[in-house]
Design a protein around this ligand. Structure first.
Ligand SMILES: Nc1ncnc2c1ncn2[C@@H]1O[C@H](COP(=O)(O)OP(=O)(O)O)[C@@H](O)[C@H]1O
Ligand SMILES: [Mg+2]
Length: 224
């Protein structure tokens, strides 16, 4: 298996009451392709900060992020976000006045990657893959349950044909049954489609179902 994402000596801090507080300290780690990772760690340890940096939503103060061996700074953060990664949020962040299908079609316009065939057909197929039927795909987002919305959000994350997906507490708003179904989706995406999923969670149940558990504490990542 090969490395899809490599972090090298990442440092990041926030100014807090005039003081600089270091959150990530010379953090290094390598993520392999086709694997479902979970990152655990105490509240405030920097999990969301780290995810933002890995997803190109924020920039580290020092250190390097390599995607498939290429420096993300060289790719450019804008292109990296458009063409290399997808993000899933705790609160889904879909566009409520559009249908599920329209949310996916919109995401497909926000990449330079080539998408095969008919876009609507592909969007329906992606939604079907995450368990959203055509009838539900044509419904406004606010007429879907939380679990269904998160399924649409996962389809959106992969709609631009990317192999790396980040998720920040993706099941934080869902009941335990629905949580399990979402986790099964991540397992399927890793096993059958070779995607790499890096999900932050505070749930041991979620973490126990991932392929690889990582712990963020005192600014560093360690394997569990
Ligand atoms: N924009 C910000 N400005 C100042 N401090 C921040 C900011 N964002 C996060 N922090 C602080 O950095 C620490 C790590 O935050 P975060 O990455 O959200 O942690 P986690 O997701 O693990 O709970 C926390 O102490 C938080 O208060
Ligand atoms: Mg967080």
């Amino acid at each position: 298996m090969s490395t899809i994402l490599k972090l090298e000596n990442i440092c990041y801090g926030y100014i807090d009451g005039g003081f600089k507080r270091e959150i990530l300290k010379n953090l290094s780690y390598e993520f392999e392709e086709g694997t479902f990772y979970t990152i655990l760690g105490p509240s405030g340890s920097g999990k969301t900060t780290l995810l933002s940096i890995m997803a190109g939503l924020d920039k580290q103060e020092s250190g390097k992020v390599y995607f498939d061996g290429e420096d993300v700074d060289k790719i450019g953060l804008y292109k990296y976000r458009r063409n290399k990664v997808g993000v899933v949020f705790q609160s889904y962040n879909l566009i409520n006045y559009l249908t599920g299908l329209e949310n996916i079609l919109l995401a497909m316009t926000e990449t330079d990657n080539k998408l095969p065939g008919n876009k609507s057909e592909l969007a329906y197929a992606l939604l079907e893959m995450v368990g959203i039927t055509k009838t539900k795909a044509d419904r406004m987002i606010n007429k879907l349950s939380g679990g269904e919305q998160q399924r649409v959000a996962i389809a959106r994350a992969i709609a631009s044909n990317v192999d790396l997906i980040f998720a920040d507490e993706p099941t934080g708003n869902l009941d335990t049954e629905t949580e399990k179904e979402i986790i099964k989706l991540f397992q399927m995406l890793a096993q059958q489609y070779g995607k790499t999923i890096i999900a932050v969670t505070h749930s041991n149940e979620v973490s126990n179902l991932s392929d690889h558990r990582v712990f963020l504490n005192q600014g560093k990542l360690t394997d569990l």
